[in-house]
Design a binder for this molecule. Structure first.
Ligand SMILES: Nc1ncnc2c1ncn2[C@@H]1O[C@H](COP(=O)(O)OP(=O)(O)O)[C@@H](O)[C@H]1O
Ligand SMILES: O=P(O)(O)O[C@H]1O[C@H](CO)[C@@H](O[C@H]2O[C@H](CO)[C@@H](O)[C@H](O)[C@H]2O)[C@H](O)[C@H]1O
Length: 436
């Protein structure tokens, strides 16, 4: 079995080790959840490093032909795609069942409807989400990092406070990895009547590109009102996070040390994507400015990987999803207190992405570049204005830190794109060429 799992896993969207040879794949845990349904935790070793992943393995040989897209090999298939089997997860959560080392749980006071059938969400994802009816979404965390997933921790704490702008949590699945309780999946309210921010922003960008109007604010699909509301919602969620978890004030010495961390991330990014080297000085200068003017900053729990794909617009408001931080980082790092400006910087980067991504796919559309810049600038400033209006702390002197945080995020994105979507690499690279 390990042989065909090796061949299969390297092509999965969520596999973090794409492009590097797999030295060994072993099965660490194999639990039967129901007849024909097994839960596997596997270890993949690449160049001395080990990553763990989970998968649901279906093995009804007669039926396997029905699940061609999910075919793994030898009559086995990815059972996340088999609605006849995935009901088992809901039932086990509803009943707070233990199945071997796996613990299925639901939140107090929640009643889970176990009659719903699931479909795999068709989104570009680092994980795999099952949507049950139009009621629940259960995210199976594919790459497993020991520890309670920050998304579960944060959303549960915010739900207890009655926070707006989040999707209600219902249940989760966990096990122990390296002796630590580790989240395997999380079930939340499915926002059936909502659109994700990335899709909405792209519609606005396309409108602008197709329009003869002279400016972004006059073109049909102006998004700046939404950017403002999103900024406001972001500030309100930051306020709630600060109330639900500890906060600290970090002295200027510590801020200087933070810039060392930025430099380390930059050096790692340059080592992996050498063409970034040419622009590294831009980031280094920005980090140096933070060190030079370092003053104490307020830190708290934050979203950690904030972008337009993590927010959804319901008919009434913006909802923020996916508080799990940057996928692949150790849990301790993802739980660490940080400046809320880290999220602000993430969203500012996302406006750049939305404006430029069509250009990355169409090298012939060079003439649209000024419009892209204009769209990004308009929406970035509207978001910041909304953030301040929502009570977010943004002082004039924060501009230096914000710029450094944006470049730190762009360095992360350079690595992310070179691994996952090389055609999009020019988007984060452009961040180092802009004089902001
Ligand atoms: N509660 C939800 N309701 C509706 N759609 C959701 C919900 N959570 C996530 N989605 C959709 O799934 C996409 C991916 O979700 P996300 O949590 O970002 O997954 P990943 O961490 O795997 O990238 C989102 O962009 C959104 O379109
Ligand atoms: O949503 P995830 O937790 O999987 O985040 C990862 O994937 C994101 C892409 O899907 C990536 O985001 C980058 O691309 C977005 C457009 O697709 C853009 O809006 C973001 O600004 C940009 O960072 C994210 O970095 C990565 O962690």
């Amino acid at each position: 079995m390990t042989e065909f799992l090796t061949g299969w896993i390297r092509h999965q969207r969520w596999f973090a080790g794409k492009g590097r040879p797999i030295d060994e794949l072993t099965i660490d845990s194999d639990v039967e959840l129901a007849p024909g349904l097994r839960h596997l935790i596997i270890s993949v070793r690449q160049a001395g490093a080990r990553d763990r992943y989970q998968l649901l393995l279906g093995s009804d040989a007669d039926e396997s032909a029905r699940f061609k897209p999910a075919h793994i090999g030898d009559g086995y298939y990815d059972a996340a795609y088999d609605a006849c089997l995935t009901g088992t997860l809901l039932e086990a959560m509803a009943a707070d069942r233990d199945l071997g080392p796996l613990r299925f749980r639901h939140l107090d006071g929640v009643e889970i409807d176990t009659s719903l059938r699931s479909l795999v969400l068709g989104a570009e994802q680092s994980n795999t989400s099952l949507v049950y009816g139009d009621t629940y979404i259960c995210k199976l965390f594919r790459r497993l990092i020991p520890g309670i997933n920050p998304e579960l921790e944060i959303v549960t704490a915010l739900a207890l406070r009655g926070t707006h702008h989040i999707a209600q949590p219902y249940g989760w699945i966990e096990t122990d990895l390296d002796g630590e309780p580790t989240t395997l999946a999380m079930t939340q309210e499915f926002l059936s009547n909502a659109s994700d921010g990335w899709a909405l922003a792209l519609a606005s960008v396309r409108d602008l590109y197709a329009s003869f109007e002279p400016s972004a604010s006059e073109a049909g699909g102006d998004f700046s009102g939404e950017s403002f509301r999103l900024g406001k919602a972001t500030a309100q969620v930051h306020h709630e996070l600060a109330a639900a978890f500890p906060t600290e004030v970090v002295e200027s010495q510590e801020v200087k040390r933070m810039t060392e961390e930025f430099r380390r991330r930059l050096a790692n990014a340059v080592a992996e994507v050498p063409e970034l080297g040419e622009y590294a000085h831009v980031a280094e200068e920005a980090y140096q400015r933070v060190a030079d003017v370092a003053r104490e900053i307020h830190v708290q729990r934050v979203h950690g990987d904030y972008h337009l794909g993590q927010v959804m617009r319901t008919p009434t408001d913006w909802v923020i999803l996916d508080f799990e931080g940057e996928p692949g980082q150790p849990i301790a790092e993802r739980r660490a207190l940080a400046s809320p400006l880290r999220d602000v910087a993430g969203m500012l980067r996302s406006f750049d992405y939305a404006a430029r991504h069509l250009l990355a796919d169409h090298s012939d559309a060079e003439d649209l570049r000024p419009r892209a810049v204009e769209w990004a600038e308009l929406n970035r400033s509207s978001f910041l204005a909304g953030y301040s209006a929502g009570g977010g702390h943004l002082r004039a002197e924060d501009a230096v830190l914000l710029r450094a945080l944006e470049l730190d995020k762009a360095a992360y994105e350079v690595v992310y794109e070179s691994r996952n979507r090389p055609a999009w690499l020019p988007i984060p690279m452009a961040a180092f060429q802009l004089d902001r």
